[in-house]
Design a protein around this ligand. Sequence first.
Ligand SMILES: Nc1nc2c(ncn2[C@@H]2O[C@H](COP(=O)(O)OP(=O)(O)O)[C@@H](O)[C@H]2O)c(=O)[nH]1
Ligand SMILES: [Mg+2]
Length: 685
Amino acid sequence: MKNYNSDKLRTIAVIGHASVGKTSLCDSLLLKGGTVERLGSVDNGTSQFDYTDESRDRKHSLSSSMGIVEHDGYKINIMDTPGLTDFHGATIGSVIVSDGVLLVIDGSDGVEVGTLKTWDFAAGNDKPLMIWVNRVDRDNADFKRVLEDIKKHLNKSVVPVTFPVKDNGVFTAVVNVLTGKAVDSEGKEIPLPDSVKDDTEMYRMQLVETAAETDEKLMESFFENDTLSEEEMNTGLKKAIATRSFFPIFSGLAIPPVGQEFLLDSIPVFIPSPLEAPSIPANDGKNDIEITPDPSGPFIARVFNCKVDTHMGEIVFVRVQNGSIEGTTDVSNTTKNVSERLGNYYFISGGDRINADKLVTGDIAAVAKLKNTSTNDTLGPKGSNIILKPIVFPEPVYRVAIAPKDRGHEDKMGSGLSLLAAQDPTLILRNEGEIGQTTLSGMGELHLKVMLSRLKDSTGVETETFKPRIAYHETITRKAEGSYKHKKQTGGRGQYGHVFIRLEPLPRGEGFVFESKVVGGNVPTNFIPAVEKGIVEAMKNGPISKSKVVDIKAVVYDGSYHPVDSSDMAFKLASRKCFRNVMLDAGPSLLEPIVNLEVTVPDEFMGDVMSDLTSRRGRIQGIEAEGAFQLIKASIPEAELFQYTSTLKSLTQARGSFSQSFEGYKPVPRDIQKKIMAAAEEEEE
Ligand SMILES: Nc1nc2c(ncn2[C@@H]2O[C@H](COP(=O)(O)OP(=O)(O)O)[C@@H](O)[C@H]2O)c(=O)[nH]1
Ligand SMILES: [Mg+2]
């Protein structure tokens, strides 16, 4: 492959709802762009993008993958991304390193939950965006309806650059508004059909006005000539797209490919080059800075994805944000402050890898044989302190407790999962001391399933998952005091400790405060730390449910001792028992973790989703419209949310999505507290 300068590179992330034809469209672009001679197909397992057994078996893209098209002197990197929210970590990474995104929308289903979610990724990262309305050959496909849907739910500033033609409900052609060219349902060039001449002219004028509005000179030229030259159009539209004040719409079929040439022609013209991209936020070790891409500046690259490749082993994907490198170069991973040798880098197109001897600003490449580098790291020259602002990945929403099927495989499971978690920022492994379990959190059931089958393939360890224990807390609601005497004085050396303790509730989140108000040496000072220790130990296993005790002030205010029989141990035991007894007198209360839940669902499912939330002790805090979707905000106990991803899926025909964040601890209602106490007792036995 020849070398391309930065101004001749474009990277496009193809995003959208699941199963709208993203992968098929990427395959068709490789064919139409001349990269491959045969059309890859997701349906018969020959896709250049879904080429792993994993994605073939599951009939879904499970990670981002790349293809390269060389077109008109440009190199276009095409990144296919997963539509399933389970794998949105990879989608976000690809959006961030793209020069622009292509949002694929189904020609009959229109805007769906996944469309909105991925639109938000592009909006949140200020990415220029183009839309491809796909599968316009389907019986119920209706381009104009989808166009209205887009205007209503995404943005009003859209105009078709290409649009499909239907004749008596049968798809017959795609028309290019800008050139007046058309292709038929097999992709062959045909004259512009008479039936769509008016629409073509209407859309063309809308594009002319959009372009003219970006610049006073263009506006003048438009008033003078009633139109704009091709060059003026391109300048104006590019500016409008780059500033996200306009979003061009393309349309066609992925299978069989129709309309791709128009898109390929437009990508270099409409999407800003890596050198025209906005500056990138970073930190130089002291201050926040902005990096304005400069191909002759110092080398800076972002790692946005990691994978295990069957041939190359572990590889990371980078985008060069600044400068360039050639040949083998020692660089610094500035995020982890370790050095790495960059020598084995490749351009990837489907299953093919192409040796690269140089990487310039804007290039995307796979790098093999790095020892300590993973997703979200920055690479720079030796001695550099510059760290790019990290990608914010979505919070995992699906958490299970996990253990190996065979005892003795705990360590192997732990190291295998840690490795997977290092590659995937949306996978989190935790040893949770408070509940005494190892938990694994991810984006959904399928995400964890895929990860656990990867674990099995790479280490042979089989695992079991179950509902994680809830980290209940215990506290008190009123003041109480009492005493306890620990005394054993039969034979040998005796034990003697005697304390008076008062407990007071503290505000939520204050934890634990200990104070001694003993006077006259009734409990000698040297035993006070043992008294505190006894309380701290008792607080690890509260008297209601053996949960952690919180938000309590404990005051030891009196006691007595024996000159020979008193010891640290005796005082510790006395204060432990005393604490327990006093706590039971102080209106003990069980607290449970509460989460803030934000559920996005299409209108029609709102009633079902809300009544389900209410039946789970959820409190609805508000409802906001988000296009045709409703955003329901609720506050709900974590105990009621186990596998909520699956619940929501079945309630909304997989069209709902949610995110959650920790809100705080709140008292458990009496009747439920009783059940939890009974369960804790049972577990004890
Ligand atoms: N009729 C028709 N089917 C298509 C078209 N594009 C994709 N499909 C089918 O839609 C299904 C999902 O396609 P895929 O590319 O995996 O979608 P993705 O999940 O968005 O990547 C596959 O069965 C494709 O054959 C199209 O333009 N027309
Ligand atoms: Mg796909």
